[in-house]
Design a protein around this ligand. Structure first.
Ligand SMILES: *Cc1c(COP(=O)(O)O)cnc(C)c1O
Length: 374
């Protein structure tokens, strides 16, 4: 059985090399006579796995020493709450709403304090990111009006296929970014952020691990809110190497292997170049097509999730099922948007994207009579 061309949005494609290494080590990890799945999280062999994973990630992403790295559970969704409870010191934070998850993050923040909407892309049905000018001036105004404990953005909008190509100017206000779907897709200037977090299942590993990278001085005093559950207290998790309780040992092990794979492949610059190449192949087809059109505003297009449609729902469904028959899976758009979405994370090979481009052209020829502009 050949491997599918996997365009799933998450859990998503993992490098075959990683899967094969995991398979080879599954029953007997490094001569321990047991599997990583069966190992104590306090065992020296697991501590070594943990420390190696952190060290490789620090190396690949260039994480400065004054940032803590945590491997937690609960997904990006639980970090929406953790963020507010750890950092809402004055009780007021700003949120840019650029899609579904950023709205959920803001609503979660509003349970714990005042969550100010700085700008929203709702007017364009989230096909566009609010402009940098609009966001920057809202930040200045809100800082003057009541102060902000942080500014939150969702850097890549997995569902809508848009991404920030420029970060907002936040001055002294810490910038916090949900980077779930672009984590390790491209280099990040970690020092521009107070906190970065990502659910691993998009690009960095299996579901069940959330990477949180936070500047130490922001958490050094402990959580802002006394009600913060011990598990979500970033300071204690940092002091305890994410082992306040039993961590997702197997997930962290697989993430560590993905980090090593990224490093072997040439690091994040190489990843970005590959991802840009894959994305532009698809966007070129979309821009030339008379049947398909891209959903995201061109200057806001994501390099990780490419959203498109024929504008004819039955035809979209037909394309998705025809693709599935040809071994291309995961192309259905999110239920909030419809149409199609190709998630082209690091582990999706260029050959899969070539196959998709070919299929789109064949499909268009077959349906030459239908036009998305009619
Ligand atoms: C998938 C996703 C989420 C939700 O992640 P969970 O790990 O399921 O909580 C949040 N934000 C972004 C940008 C995502 O892509």
């Amino acid at each position: 059985m050949p491997r599918a061309h996997n365009f799933n949005p998450g859990p998503a494609a993992l490098p075959v090399q990683v899967l094969e290494e995991v398979q080879a080590e599954l029953v007997d990890y490094a001569g321990n006579g047991l599997s990583v799945l069966e190992m104590s999280h306090r065992a020296p062999s697991f501590i070594e796995i943990y420390e190696k994973a952190e060290e490789t990630l620090r190396d690949v992403l260039g994480i400065p020493g004054d940032y803590d790295v945590l491997f937690l559970s609960g997904g990006a969704t639980l970090e929406f709450a953790a963020l507010a409870m750890n950092l809402m010191r004055t009780g007021r934070a700003g949120y840019v709403v650029s899609g579904h998850f950023s709205k959920v993050a803001m609503d979660e923040g509003a349970r714990y304090g005042e969550a100010v909407c700085l700008a929203t892309g709702e007017g364009s049905n989230f096909s566009a990111i609010p402009t940098k000018a609009e966001i920057d001036s809202a930040i200045v105004a809100e800082v003057a009006a009541g102060g902000l404990d942080y500014v939150h953005i969702c850097q890549n909008n997995t569902i809508y296929g848009t991404m920030f190509h420029e970060l907002p100017e936040t001055d002294d206000v810490p910038l916090v970014a949900d980077v779930s779907s672009c984590f390790l897709s491209l280099p990040l200037d970690v020092e521009r952020y107070g906190v970065i977090y990502a659910g691993a299942q998009k690009n960095a590993g299996p579901a069940g691990v959330t990477v949180v990278i936070c500047r130490h001085d922001l958490i050094a005093q402990g959580p802002a809110l006394g009600i913060c559950p011990a598990y979500l207290d970033w300071r204690s998790q940092a002091m305890k190497q994410s082992m306040l309780n039993t961590p997702n040992t197997f997930g962290i092990y697989v993430c560590g292997k993905v980090f090593e794979w990224v490093k072997e492949m040439g690091g994040l610059e190489a990843m970005e170049a590959r991802n840009r190449k894959k994305a532009s192949m698809l966007y070129d087809v979309l821009d030339q097509s008379k049947l398909f059109r891209g959903v995201a505003r061109p200057q806001d297009r994501s390099i990780a999730n490419v959203t498109f449609t024929t504008n004819i729902p039955e035809l979209d469904r037909e394309f998705v099922s025809e693709a599935a028959r040809a071994g291309l899976v995961g192309l259905g758009g999110h239920r909030l948007v419809g149409g199609m979405r190709a998630s082209i994370y690091n582990a999706v090979p260029k050959a899969s994207v070539e196959r998709l481009c070919g299929l789109m052209k064949e499909f268009e020829e077959l349906h030459a009579g239908s036009s998305s502009t009619e």
